[in-house]
Design a protein around this ligand. Structure first.
Ligand SMILES: [Zn+2]
Length: 450
């Protein structure tokens, strides 16, 4: 509550100074911001699920907004849509027999990035026994890093964790690029030496197209590094009746659409209106890049692809906006950021803000949020890339439910948050400040098999 007045006066000051074209003028409209978010979160878009027809409608909408704002496509691109392939590999049929005894399907988990494989020679495989007191997760991580063909005999004591791997593998792998570097067959509860085996696995390999939407606002300064503003625009789609294990009661009106109003129509609307703000302001020294990422909910896939198309050294900072649809625990309109200790971006942004509106460090350190949103795809390459949110993650009952819908958004708070981001980013946009880099991750995190 106590932050309400200062921010309102900040907005008033900004609005007042609009005609004098100072740094603090605001050039976006609350009505447009509300319209963007309301459209993206509407039932018509059915939760913007990756691969749905509706997410393509959302991409069209974002591209049209980029056009009307006056952004340009990335150099060399024909339009705003950055299209790319995503491959999925899902087990279709699996049969395993060990020492002439068939193994039941429920005791099997298989994974590889190929369209299938057949094994008849036990001595051509690496066979590993996982005892009751071994660390299954760590063992599998090591074998995955090694690559090659592995038969893993898992003690029954690990049944619970085994089942989780089984579900994970049965859901299929999704990869930007397929690399067949071996396979793994896990068998639960098999004891003893394996002399003979017969393994046949057929996978279904599918390739589908995905779309990021990217627009550029060229800066006045030539050869300057760019500032990236981003938000993911995908969400979870619609629930199947039995998704949560219960049937719809007769006469009960059940909302099946995961609108993702907060997650992340709010962030996408913010990104669009920041583009509007800077395009109208028209004096950005640095080039600004605006990105709407797809398939964040499937594992940061859109931003991972985007990262492969960029020179990370040319990106001065990334402001990724995630779930700003609700008032923050630090007051309506205020924001917190992930990974505040990993670069000095927080200090850079707070330069332009009144103390009452300072961007706070992530108050939920245990949730590991820095690595759970699209900023991670670029932070791993050294970019000072952080996510900005207002959501109280300790009291967020609507998270990933059909209740994350328009009725539960706070547009006053959203408007203030976008205002705050526009002002906070000014030192970046004007190239007066350059944040320190994040320590890049060593890129051995990906395994070879899965
Ligand atoms: Zn989400």
């Amino acid at each position: 509550m106590k932050t309400k007045l200062p921010l309102l006066s900040l907005i008033a000051a900004a609005t007042l100074s609009a005609c004098s074209s100072t740094d603090n003028a605001l050039y976006f409209e609350r009505t447009q911001l509300e319209q963007d978010i309301s459209y993206l979160a509407s039932d018509d878009l059915k939760g913007r699920k990756t691969f749905s027809a509706e997410i393509d409608v959302a991409a069209d909408y974002i591209a049209q907004r980029f056009t009307s704002i006056g952004l340009q496509p990335m150099p060399g691109a024909e339009g705003f849509k950055q299209q790319f392939d995503l491959h999925s590999v899902t087990p279709k049929s699996v049969s395993v027999s060990l020492n002439n005894q068939a193994v039941k399907t429920e005791s099997l988990a298989v994974v590889s990035q190929s369209d299938g494989f057949a094994w008849q020679q036990a001595d051509e495989l690496v066979i590993t026994q996982i005892s009751a007191d071994a660390d299954l997760r760590e063992q599998l991580r090591k074998l995955n890093q090694q690559g090659g063909n592995h038969l893993v005999l898992v003690n029954k004591a690990h049944e619970e964790l085994f089942t989780r791997y089984q579900n994970y593998f049965n859901n299929g792998l999704t990869k930007l690029e397929l690399k067949d570097q071996g396979a793994m067959v896990l068998v639960l509860g098999y004891e003893g030496e394996v002399k003979d085996l017969d393994v046949k696995v057929v996978n279904e390999v599918k390739t589908q197209q995905l779309t990021n939407v990217i627009g550029i606002l060229p800066g006045k300064k030539e050869d300057a590094d760019v500032v990236l503003f981003s938000a993911h625009y995908d969400h979870l789609g619609e629930s199947k009746k039995d998704q949560h294990g219960h049937q719809q009661e007769e006469g009960e009106e059940q909302d099946s659409i995961y609108n993702g109003a907060n997650d992340n129509a709010s962030g996408t609307g913010a990104m669009l209106n920041l583009a509007q703000h800077y395009a109208r302001q028209g004096d950005n020294e640095r080039t600004l890049m605006f990105a709407a990422f797809t398939a964040e909910e499937m594992g940061l896939i859109g931003s991972k692809h985007f990262a492969t198309t960029q020179n990370p050294d040319a990106i001065a900072a990334m402001i990724n906006i995630e779930m700003i649809g609700k008032p923050s625990p630090f007051g309506s309109g205020n924001l917190w950021m992930t990974g505040a200790d990993k670069s000095d971006l927080q200090a850079v942004l707070n330069q332009s803000l009144p103390l009452e509106n300072h961007i706070q460090a992530n108050p939920y350190p245990k949730l590991n949020l820095f690595y759970r949103s699209d900023n991670a795809s670029l932070a791993g390459m050294g970019v000072p890339a952080h996510s900005f949110s207002s959501t109280d993650m300790a009291n967020n009952d609507h998270y990933h439910t059909p209740k994350d819908e328009l009725a539960n958004l706070d547009f006053e708070s959203i408007y203030k948050s976008v205002t705050l981001l526009a002002m906070a980013s000014e030192p970046l946009v004007s190239a007066k400040a350059t944040p320190s880099r994040v320590a890049p991750l060593k890129d051995n995190a990906e395994g070879k098999i899965y």
